[in-house]
Ligand binder design. Structure first.
Ligand SMILES: CC(C)(COP(=O)(O)OP(=O)(O)OC[C@H]1O[C@@H](n2cnc3c(N)ncnc32)[C@H](O)[C@@H]1OP(=O)(O)O)[C@@H](O)C(=O)NCCC(=O)NCCS
Length: 145
């Protein structure tokens, strides 16, 4: 198992996993823009194949987790935790003291995942996600200790 930075050449595979795994996927352009914007990223590879990734942005002492996904076929094997540990580590190296994220209120498994990792529920942002109907976001955070 290897944890590496994502590069532009990884985006086809990342986009494939995203479309297969996420109910509300990022577009290829979202990933491309995230890298162009200089956001941080991590890919987790097994035998040289990407099976999960995270994108996050660190500004001053805040780290914002933008996307974390483990391919549907590899979930519940501890890989998400490995990626999130690396997000926390990298965030600290870059100067962050807190990690923030938003998650759809309906995404129970992600909320469980974040809580199991020590994230706390901070607030609800009403109608945050576009769609018909729109959906509320749960805001969560964790000290980067
Ligand atoms: C959320 C996600 C990244 C978790 O990745 P994962 O590799 O399956 O998670 P892990 O195996 O590291 O799980 C760690 C812990 O999180 C919790 N957890 C993970 N998946 C869970 C599920 N489906 N139901 C309940 N708890 C879950 C458990 O406490 C688990 O520990 P355990 O397996 O020892 O009980 C993955 O489910 C995913 O990619 N989901 C789709 C994308 C998504 O919703 N991303 C978050 C958007 S904000």
């Amino acid at each position: 198992m290897d944890l590496q930075l994502a590069s532009f050449k990884d985006l086809d595979r990342i986009n494939e996993i995203e479309r297969y795994t996420n109910e509300n996927p990022w577009s290829f352009k979202n990933f491309e823009s995230s890298l162009h914007a200089g956001n941080s990223s991590i890919v987790l590879k097994i035998e040289n194949e990407i099976i999960g990734y995270a994108f996050f942005s660190v500004a001053a002492t805040d780290s914002h987790l933008l996307n974390i996904t483990v391919s549907k076929d590899h979930q519940r094997n501890g890989y998400g935790k490995k990626i999130l540990e690396q997000v926390v580590f990298q965030s600290k190296v870059l100067g962050a003291t807190v990690i923030f994220l938003e998650v759809r209120v309906s995404n129970d498994k992600a909320i469980n995942f974040y809580e199991s990792f020590g994230f706390k529920r901070d607030a609800i942002r009403y109608n945050y996600y576009e769609g018909d109907p729109r959906e509320d976001a749960l805001l969560m955070s964790k000290q980067a200790l």
